[in-house]
Design a binder for this molecule. Structure first.
Ligand code: 6PG
Length: 465
């Protein structure tokens, strides 16, 4: 019997998705560039509802799939994906669909979609979130590409997706690169959320002198209320864990240098290209960069005098408020990037639906996402999430705590780049009169760039003398 879907690439994510599909009763054909990965995978798949068959030869793999075919590629993005498309497209027929489920740059996805136009083969860029565990038992998926491809893949996608109160966390968010773009912004928000968690951890560690397990307990206390989220939950676990080798808290044996694969950076780059600023996300990307300059920081500690004072350590309530306000503001920036991109690329992204498919399965899933979805379904001046009345009320009650946290941390010389970026954005947006009159004056003075006047229309210049 022909398979419902082909999965090519049996790394962690590919094999987890293939097992998930088989468990939901779909017949799955699998293949992998290194043929010796196929046997062990088939052993793992034994006993699942849907039959899984492995193929070493690409043509045999393709022939084993029901037409019109859906083939999910879970391989490294970039050049390997281009090489794969080149190899596989001549073997496919009209109406077949290639899905790239990796973390690809949406610009590449758009270029690939364009390249395949007219061949009859559909190309889908799909963001998959939730790590290996999510892929195996229920990821959140952000699907781009054509309606035809979505109609083909939809029953399978909805069957394997995570569910929030029965609603599958997958949607066809828009055409061509929309799926990968939404996933990129998801990751940008993930960076900001993690950075804010790390900043709160840093305050408790360095200002309050708390032990990791006690800081972990605090995150544990937050895991039930409005701050409930996957990342807060696992912060509790990470801080409680003990290193088997040394008996020390694991966190104390981890080097403070974080890696990055690029999606956070892409969010910032695309935001800037679109004339937006996702400053909390940018701060998080930047902080990862500084984290990897370990040697510079070690040297600078002895050279740079902080002039710090010793303010009172922020209360746990204020830290919780700071985290909540920061989370709302970082999401609002991410959604603003999405809506600008939606206009620029004519995607018609549905913000409420995007918030909904992030409510379960993905890394940034949190109690707030349901509230964000409601905000986008309701009255929303200028499409700005922070102006929804429920969000404005949440900010009104939490920003004072965020302000006290940023102020004390700053006085203490404790870095809070993401929290302070979020606060500055909030403060900039909540002032009807900003300070760009000064920028315009300077631009006109040195470059004759002109400015608008507050009292009449048209372009004007200053009488600078
Ligand atoms: C997810 C994650 C996943 C991956 C990130 C990590 O949604 O499941 O975002 O895609 O963990 O790519 O990115 P960095 O390595 O850049 O932190």
């Amino acid at each position: 019997m022909a398979a419902d879907i082909g999965v090519y690439g049996l790394g962690t994510m590919g094999s987890a998705l293939a097992l998930n599909l088989a468990e939901k009763g779909f017949e799955v054909a699998v293949s992998n560039r290194e043929a010796d990965w196929i046997g062990p995978f088939l052993n793992e798949a034994e006993g699942l509802t849907g039959a899984v068959r492995g193929y070493e030869d690409l043509m045999d793999f393709i022939n084993a799939i029901k037409a019109p075919r859906t083939i999910l590629f879970m391989i490294p993005s970039g050049a390997p994906m281009d090489a794969m498309i080149k190899e596989v497209t001549p073997l496919l027929s009209d109406g077949d669909t290639i899905i790239d489920g990796g973390n690809a740059d949406f610009n590449d996805t758009r270029a690939r979609t364009k390249r395949l136009e007219g061949t009859g083969v559909h190309f889908v860029g799909m963001g998959v979130s939730g790590g290996a565990e999510g892929a195996r038992h229920g990821p959140s998926m952000m699907v781009g590409g054509s309606d035809h491809a979505w109609a083909q893949f939809r029953p399978m996608a909805e069957a394997i997706a995570a569910r929030f109160e029965g609603d599958p966390c997958v949607a066809h968010v828009g055409p061509d690169g929309a799926g990968h773009f939404v996933k990129t912004v998801h990751n940008g928000i993930e960076y900001a959320d993690m950075q804010m968690i790390a900043e709160v951890y840093g305050i408790q560690r360095d200002m309050a002198g708390m032990a990791p397990a006690d800081i972990g307990a605090m995150f544990g206390r937050w895991a039930d209320g409005p701050l409930a989220s996957y990342l807060v939950e696992i912060s509790h676990s990470v801080l409680q864990a003990v290193d088997a080798e040394t008996g020390k808290p694991v966190i104390d044996v981890i080097l403070d240098s974080a890696g990055q694969k690029g999606t956070g950076r892409w969010t910032v780059i695309e935001a800037l290209k679109l004339g937006q600023s996702a400053s909390a996300i940018e701060a998080a990307v930047g902080a990862r960069g500084w984290s990897s300059q370990k040697e510079v920081r070690v040297a600078a500690q002895d050279v740079l005098e902080s002039g710090a004072s010793a303010p009172a350590t922020p209360s746990e309530d204020d830290l919780a408020s700071a985290m909540l306000a920061g989370r709302i503001l970082a999401h609002a920036q991410g959604f603003a990037v999405l809506s600008t991109a939606s206009e620029a690329f004519e995607w018609s992204l549905g913000m409420a639906r995007i918030a909904e498919i992030w409510r379960a399965g993905c890394i940034i899933r949190s109690a707030l996402l349901d509230e964000f979805a409601d905000a986008f379904r309701g009255e929303l001046p200028f499409g700005q999430m922070i102006l929804a009345s429920a969000m404005a009320a949440r900010l009104e009650s939490t920003v004072p705590g965020l302000r006290r946290v940023v102020a004390s941390a700053t006085l203490a010389g404790q870095p809070v780049p993401a929290l302070s970026a979020a606060l500055s954005w909030h403060d900039s947006m909540s002032r009807a009169r900003g300070t760009a009159d000064m920028i315009q004056g300077l631009r006109d003075y040195f470059g004759n760039h002109g400015f608008k006047r507050v009292d009449r229309d048209g372009d004007h210049h200053g009488s600078w003398g």
